[in-house]
Design a protein around this ligand. Structure first.
Ligand SMILES: Nc1nc2c(ncn2[C@@H]2O[C@H](COP(=O)(O)OP(=O)(O)OP(=O)(O)O)[C@@H](O)[C@H]2O)c(=O)[nH]1
Ligand SMILES: [Mg+2]
Length: 469
């Protein structure tokens, strides 16, 4: 079951479709029953557009994307509302008058859900929940919900659960009441030992919920850290017996997994749904010229990506940080192809991977009326491809090999005879230009990916050391 392990009806309000899934955990048959009997949840979408929006995304494009997200989560979008405002209102997001209109519209349309295109502050969320009859969720809760249903690996599930709890904690209702009853001094902790559910009688359910969540958050952080350490060990092992690492990155639904499958025949789930991939996967690939590489498929990016999720997926995105080069997949047929690529690059910068050597895959060219219209100069090392039709893959392989080669350093080393492993690694991952057996060992002159150059540092020849000065 893809649900977070910690789940409590009192905190399910911020979730989306959560109640039904919760039923499912208890009883699979009932899930079937509920799914076949209930109509899709009817959603009304709401966005604020600044007069001069500094971001490149217009409210309209952003709402189109929000519609796709809502549909991915199983909702039926019945309407949308855009309000022009310099900034979202701190209390009602839309401004009071307009929020009242929204309440009327939502009643008229019999909506189950109102989805806001920005992350609502806890105050906005509480105010809107009081004004509206339908459930109030925001873009973040929606994305978290999709993630919760898609995370397959243990690590992915823990990360999503952590992000969900961190998102919910400040949004639990009734803040003031709870705070006023806290800190019961002599009566409190001592008597009950501080464990969940058995503390003093004055405690509200809300306080219990909060404490349970905080404790679970701490547990999750610890578990995720452990997995992260295991991954670091695995990565170190991979470096000693492996090859240059290329990470496939890009906007959600750009075709990363389809490309990954086309290149490696891996059979990764590729779907016309946002966030089909949440867990990274790595496969071996031989490029033209017999250069071997490791290729990793990764989670997609999206604009207004919740900060909780960037932080939570950091462990996964270490794949990206450790890559020798990045393969950015752009859906060249999308009206927002440029905005999407700019968003991806901003997020890569935020993650500290913005400076990595890049190959751009302009994907889905089969959908273009005239592929020659593509402006390849807009993107670094761009190659037009149709991952679905298998077009352009050879040219892409050549481009990856070329970019890799240019990001290799020239070295001259004498490897002692008892380090045959390093000679073998040089052949496999680098380009050997000259090899000669000498009295102290094997002389190798050639180019190596910078990621493994450190292994050869002790064996650099006097000649090259002199060159360095
Ligand atoms: N026409 C066409 N469709 C493509 C091409 N590549 C991928 N698609 C379609 O685009 C949709 C998304 O593909 P995925 O490979 O799942 O995209 P992704 O980037 O991995 O998406 P996430 O994992 O959700 O971030 C699927 O319906 C694919 O069939 C292509 O070259 N041409
Ligand atoms: Mg994918």
């Amino acid at each position: 079951m893809l649900l977070p392990r910690f789940w409590d009806s009192s905190i399910s309000r911020a979730g989306f479709l959560s109640t039904r899934l919760e039923v499912a955990t208890a009883n699979r048959e009932r899930l079937h029953y509920t799914h076949t009997r209930t109509r899709p949840e009817q959603a009304l979408l709401v966005a604020v557009e600044a007069d001069e929006h500094d971001g490149m995304w217009s409210a309209e494009d952003s709402l189109t994307e929000l519609t796709a997200l809502a549909q991915t989560a199983g909702a039926l979008v019945v309407g949308s509302l855009v309000q022009r405002l310099p900034h979202p209102d701190p209390l009602t997001y839309l401004g009071k008058g307009r929020a009242q209109e929204l309440a009327d519209l939502e009643k008229q349309l019999h909506c189950d859900l109102v989805i806001f295109d920005d992350e609502l502050t806890p105050t906005q969320q509480h105010t809107l929940e009081k004004m509206l009859h339908a459930r109030v969720i925001d873009r973040t809760a929606l994305i978290l919900d999709i993630f919760a249903r898609r995370a397959l690996s243990r690590e992915g599930r823990l990360q999503v659960e952590l992000a969900q709890l961190e998102y919910r904690l400040p949004r639990l209702a009734g803040n003031n009441l709870a705070l006023s009853r806290q800190g019961g001094g002599s009566r409190g902790v001592g008597a009950a030992g501080g464990a969940i559910g058995i503390r003093g009688p004055g405690e509200t359910k809300l306080e219990v919920d909060r404490r349970r969540i905080r404790r679970r958050v701490a547990e999750l952080r610890e578990e995720i850290e452990q997995i992260r350490m295991q991954r670091a060990v695995q990565r170190r092992q991979r470096i000693t017996r492996s090859m240059p690492h290329v990470a496939v990155v890009g906007y959600t639904n750009a075709g990363k997994s389809t490309l990954f499958n086309a290149l490696t025949a891996a059979g990764v789930l590729a779907e016309n749904k946002l966030f089909a991939t949440l867990d990274p996967i790595t496969r071996h690939l031989v490029l033209p010229g017999n250069q071997e590489i490791l290729l990793s498929d990764t989670v997609g990016f999206i604009q207004k990506l919740p900060t909780h999720l960037i932080a939570a997926f950091r462990a996964t995105l270490e794949e990206v940080l450790n890559a020798d080069i990045l393969l950015e997949v752009v859906d060249a047929s999308h009206v927002n192809a440029i905005e999407q690529s700019v968003t991806v690059n901003m997020l890569l910068d935020e993650l500290g991977a913005g400076e990595k050597p890049r190959v751009t895959v302009l994907n889905k060219v089969d959908l273009l009326d005239d592929p020659t219209d593509l402006d390849l100069t807009l993107y670094p090392n761009a190659v037009p491809v149709s991952a679905r039709e298998g077009q352009g893959l050879e040219a892409l392989g050549d481009m990856i090999a070329t970019v890799l080669a240019t990001h290799m350093g020239t070295v001259e080393v004498v490897i002692p005879f008892d380090r045959g492993d390093l000679v073998e690694l040089f052949h496999r991952r680098g380009y050997v230009e000259h090899m000669e057996y000498q009295t102290q060992g094997t002389l190798l002159i050639g180019r190596l990916p910078r990621s493994i150059a450190a292994f050869y540092r002790p064996f650099v020849t006097t000649f090259q050391r002199e060159l360095a000065y």
